[in-house]
Design a protein around this ligand. Structure first.
Ligand code: RUB
Length: 312
């Protein structure tokens, strides 16, 4: 098995070859594990510094998916309590493997819990490409429910193509629509299911740009919206008032440079995510069970084990 270096993984996350909040988190944990295995250090402080530099490089790749710093925090936790390089190396490898395994379990459990919210005959709308949201839909189909899906295109990076390929391969009847067609079809929809890059302490969900427009449209049409999110997508630092940084990507994703050159008065804006307030979300399905968004603090404090002392 080829070990992937930290700069290689960082580049793949930046360029979105590795994308989606869960996959990004697992890739970072894997890179830290491989780095710990490959790192030569004459002393424990040197090892710790090298691991810290690798962690910083990974966390800096994409700013919005909280799963990334959460995974890195979990893998790096405990590095302070050891004395030797070997002990430190062993700890990192163990915690990284544990994170990766528990992430896979979380995805499986969310699929089961989420599928039970889908009824036989439902038509579901999903936006972007979320492995957990898709997991719920595919599990509902697998368990024999007759369902149909509307999937959006997801400009500018077209993650909808990945979604429709997965739905098609699972044998699910799927309609592919442009993002701006959501309102035209909302009355055909029984349930909206999306994933999350971050869930804040007040239950707001940060997800692919356009999610909040979908949520507004669903609310107006009285269509329920559920969010599938592992607990490591909840953002601990929002309990001390930190905001989630919304990544703004380059203009080339939206309009080629050759065209932009002819439009000197036009600036392309390209935020990759937006924020859907809690009141637009009926339920967040986590591996610890389904919760109303207003219970986000409980997940941060009791499940992730963060409280205010972490910040003092
Ligand atoms: C992906 C996106 C996904 C969440 C959840 O954005 O917004 O809905 O990350 O995905 P991008 P998952 O393509 O810019 O990374 O459920 O797979 O973690």
């Amino acid at each position: 098995m080829k070990l992937m270096s930290v700069p290689e993984t960082a580049e793949k996350i930046k360029s979105m070859e590795i994308r989606g909040a869960g996959r990004i988190a697992r890739a970072a944990a894997e890179a830290l594990r491989d780095h710990a295995l490959a790192t030569q250090a004459a002393s424990y402080p040197v090892f710790k510094t090298k691991m810290g530099q690798a962690a910083d490089l990974l966390v800096a790749t994409r700013p919005t998916a909280v799963s990334l710093p959460n995974a890195v925090h979990m893998v790096m936790a405990g590095l302070d309590g050891v004395k030797t390089v070997e002990e430190a190396r062993f700890g990192v490898v163990q915690r990284a493997d544990q994170f990766i395994q528990s992430s896979h379990h979380a995805v499986e459990n969310i699929a089961r819990f989420g599928a039970s919210h889908i009824r036989d005959g439902d038509t579901i709308l999903t936006h972007c490409n979320s492995e957990v949201a898709l997991g719920c839909i595919i599990e509902a189909h697998r368990s024999g429910k007759d369902i149909e899906v509307f999937a959006t295109e997801v400009r500018p990076r077209n993650q909808g193509y990945i979604t429709i390929r997965a739905l098609n391969d699972a044998g699910i009847k799927t309609n592919f629509i442009v993002d701006s067609a959501v309102r035209s079809f909302i009355n055909d929809i029984d349930l909206v299911i999306v994933g999350a890059d971050a869930v804040t302490v007040n239950g707001a969900v940060v997800n692919k740009i356009g999610t909040s427009m979908v949520a507004h449209t669903a609310k107006e049409a009285r269509v329920n919206m559920i969010v599938a999110a592992e607990t490591y997508k909840f953002a601990p630092r929002t309990i001390i008032g930190e905001f989630i940084q919304i990544e703004e990507r380059g203009p080339d994703e939206v309009l080629p440079e050759a065209v932009r050159k002819t439009l000197p008065n036009v600036t392309v804006r390209n935020p990759a995510f937006d924020v859907t307030p809690a009141e637009f979300i009926d339920l967040i399905v986590t591996e610890a069970g389904a919760i109303p968004p207003q219970m986000a603090y409980v997940i941060i404090k009791e499940h992730l084990g963060w409280d205010i002392t972490e910040f003092t």
